[in-house]
Design a protein around this ligand. Structure first.
Ligand code: NDP
Ligand code: GDR
Length: 373
């Protein structure tokens, strides 16, 4: 029989006055894995703006990996102002997850951490499964056992699911579309999805799967195709690069803006009932169309610069993704604010500025112009 956790929103989940009429309302506390990633940075900004205290789990790296959140970092010694706090942990280390839950006592947990590169998952499948699939299970189990030990049953959990789970199932893809994953990454995300559903059904955990279609931004990792293209456009325009090596240009993706998508994550955790939602613009474009808009925006022809390189083709491709996000639009009241062309131009504008700064370093002899991202 399922052991149910009472998930009514109470305790510090709703800002309350702690018995003292003078005391300020207690802020809600969020715990984010993957805070140093693209989505982690936008979600942190969103939650800080809503008055949350945000705790992020970061993994140890030989180089600093906090570039995307440096602009909002305040020295923790400044205790009154620092509302974002960082802690070392890893999704491959169960003890660290449970320890930080017990210490931070979050109201909301967002599991964004992942080895998130589809092509790389074919190179390191075992590690990808450990972080993406078993990592999600470790965190769910840490949340479940934390609740069992403390009685903090109001905790809400968000799992970063992906349109890659649909894989070769034709569009439009909605919450009821069958999964057919085409990579170790996608198969691992399917496992994480079902672990999340299972913890909801077995233990009554307030756990939601966001099935998010591709979302991009000027903070997108530089080896994802959109950012790889806009970085190249900036560098070609400024004279730092001439060629751009790419793989399959015919793949079609439903690309939105990451800043819009993190709002949907938060909205899911504010509902009465935990559920799963597709988040998408409902518009799909090929990589070639992305090239046309990005190069065309700065008066260049992509055909003069792009070279097809077999190494960027994948053992199995996902040809066509286009979401049906009608459930999120109806139930959450979510809709994207940034359209395809605006997104591409936003990314190109930022990458032109970045290339200009790189040019200064190249001209001063501090950087090799051939050093491509
Ligand atoms: P990023 O690749 O930008 O960020 C991934 C984050 O996970 C980084 O903070 C990274 O740390 C962290 N991480 C990686 N491995 C571990 C580990 N072993 N332990 C702890 N942290 C780890 O991804 P996005 O921000 O783009 O995506 C966020 C989530 O949403 C991911 O789960 C992704 O798979 C999923 N997703 C993304 C979509 C998109 O279009 N962006 C669409 C659908 C789903 P570090 O900075 O040190 O590398
Ligand atoms: P994707 O994003 O696999 O959809 O996963 P990516 O930008 O890597 O690829 C999109 C499409 O572009 C094609 N492509 C190339 N891709 C890369 N990276 N580099 C190239 O040179 C290149 N040339 C062509 C790919 O074959 C593919 O068809 C992203 C990630 O953020 C996942 O974590 C997330 O779950 C999904 O989006 C939804």
């Amino acid at each position: 029989m399922a052991t149910n956790i009472n998930t009514t929103r109470s305790g510090s989940a709703t800002p309350t006055v702690n018995g003292d009429a003078e005391a300020p309302p207690k802020p809600r506390i969020a715990l984010i894995t993957g805070i140093t990633g693209q989505d982690g940075s936008y979600l942190t900004e969103l939650l800080l703006n809503k008055g949350y205290e945000v705790h992020g789990l970061i993994r140890r790296s030989s180089n600093f990996n906090t570039q995307r959140i440096n602009h909002i970092y305040i020295d923790p010694h400044n205790t009154h102002k620092a509302r974002m706090k960082l802690h070392y942990a890893d999704l491959t280390d169960a003890s660290s997850l449970r320890r930080w839950l017990d210490t931070i006592l979050p109201d909301e947990v967002y599991n964004l951490a992942a080895q998130s590169h589809v092509a790389v998952s074919f190179e390191i499948p075992d590690y990808t499964a450990d972080v993406v699939a078993t990592g999600a299970l470790r965190l769910l189990e840490a949340v479940r056992s934390h609740i069992a030990a403390t009685g903090r049953s109001h905790i809400r959990y968000y799992q970063a699911g992906s349109s890659e789970m649909f894989g070769s199932t034709p569009p439009p893809q909605s919450e009821t579309t069958p999964f057919h994953p085409r990579s170790p990454y996608a198969a691992s995300k399917c496992a994480a999805h079902w672990y999340t559903v299972n913890y909801r059904e077995a233990y009554g955990l307030f756990a939601c799967n966001g099935i998010l279609f591709n979302h991009e931004s000027p903070r997108r990792g530089e080896n994802f195709v959109t950012r790889k293209i806009t970085r190249a456009v900036g560098r070609i325009k400024i004279g730092l690069q001439s060629k751009l090596f790419l793989g399959n240009l015919q793949a079609s993706r439903d690309w939105g803006f990451a800043g819009d998508y993190v709002e949907a994550m938060w909205m899911m955790l504010q509902q009465e009932k935990a559920d799963d939602y597709v988040v998408a613009t409902e518009e799909s474009h090929t990589v070639e169309e992305f090239l046309e808009v990005a190069f065309g925006y700065v008066g260049l022809n992509w055909k003069d610069h792009v070279v097809i390189d077999k190494r960027y083709f994948r053992p199995a491709e996902v040809d066509n993704l286009q979401g049906d996000s009608s459930k999120a639009r109806k139930v959450l009241g979510w809709k994207p604010k940034v359209g395809f062309e605006e997104l591409v131009k936003m990314m190109v504008d930022e990458d032109i500025e970045l290339a200009k700064r790189e040019k200064v370093l190249v001209d001063a002899g501090y950087m090799d112009a051939q050093q491509q991202p």
